[in-house]
Design a protein around this ligand. Structure first.
Ligand SMILES: Nc1ncnc2c1ncn2[C@@H]1O[C@H](COP(=O)(O)OP(=O)(O)OP(=O)(O)O)[C@@H](O)[C@H]1O
Ligand SMILES: [Mg+2]
Length: 263
């Protein structure tokens, strides 16, 4: 069983808690255990990177933790509330109130302007559209002068900053990002990482980011390592070189585990 805990200040509620979460895709001989009994606790105001080989379950972990997919077993808590069991509508409402998500390929709606993309989560949640606040969030990501542009009129880095503004506008307790810098050049990647850091430092949000890039991971306060669906390690405030080194050995560790497990 994998158990890792980030220390939270006494009395504060956890931003995210996973209790023995597993996700199995398919059934019978073809079943894939993408997540295998993962437990973890993240405090508010922490920036966590998730790394691991391709197919190790990183995206599955994020999807289950963000309520975009349902675990086969185990429980997920966000900001002290359990991820709603039951109807799809309840789960959707829970997600809209507590969670922001940033994707590798931005996932902006092409027919909507920058401002409309950012106000959309408020619209969907039936909340009052505070245009001044939406503008302020777009100022924060450096796009205050692009409100009426369409996504196709922006660079990749700018589109990802719109996506970050969209994720932050509802003031979620936890922001998940799956390879948010994967499609960006170095400079744009740095901007995006800086914005995620700011969400943590200035706004106390918890950010969980999947990345393959040790430099991107080094922006986080801690790095979790996944292999074969299990949490196999953690580093606190590591540098990029130490992370890269650990990733190299992770391959050996996985091979050893498989031999030991007789796979
Ligand atoms: N919808 C699905 N149906 C069946 N198997 C799936 C599904 N989604 C993921 N898997 C399997 O679950 C395992 C974990 O996949 P996941 O996408 O979480 O990996 P990942 O660590 O994000 O990989 P990558 O770095 O390539 O994005 C893989 O073996 C994958 O093939
Ligand atoms: Mg993935």
């Amino acid at each position: 069983m994998s158990r890792l805990k980030h220390r939270a200040p006494a009395g504060s509620s956890d931003a995210l808690r996973l209790e023995s979460v597993s996700r199995v895709y398919g059934t019978g001989a073809g079943a894939v255990r993408a997540l295998d009994d993962v437990s973890l606790t993240l405090a508010p105001g922490t920036f966590t990177a998730v790394m691991g080989p391709s197919g190790s379950g990183k995206s599955t972990l994020l999807q289950c933790a963000a309520g975009l997919d349902r675990p086969t077993s185990g429980r997920v808590f966000v900001d002290g509330g359990e991820m709603a069991a039951g109807s799809e509508a309840r789960l959707t409402r829970f997600r809209r109130e507590r969670i922001g998500f940033v994707f590798q390929h931005f996932n902006l709606l092409p027919m909507l302007t920058v401002l409309q993309n950012v106000t959309l989560p408020l619209r969907l949640a039936g909340k009052r559209i505070d245009r001044a606040r939406c503008r302020a969030v777009l100022e924060r990501v450096g796009l205050g002068d692009r409100l009426d542009h369409l996504p196709s009129q922006l660079s990749g880095g700018q589109q990802q900053r719109v996506a970050i503004a969209r994720a932050l506008v509802t003031e979620p307790r936890v922001v998940f990002a799956d390879e948010p810098t994967g499609a960006l050049d170095t400079r744009s990647a740095r901007d995006v990482l800086g914005l995620l850091q700011e969400a943590v430092r200035s706004y106390g949000q918890a950010v969980v980011m999947v990345t393959h890039d040790p430099v991107a991971a080094s922006y986080a306060d801690s790095v979790l390592f996944l292999a074969d669906g299990q949490l196999v390690g953690m580093m606190e405030r590591p540098g990029a070189e130490a992370i890269a080194e650990r990733m190299t050995h992770l391959g050996d560790e996985v091979a050893r585990r498989r031999v030991t497990a007789g796979a």
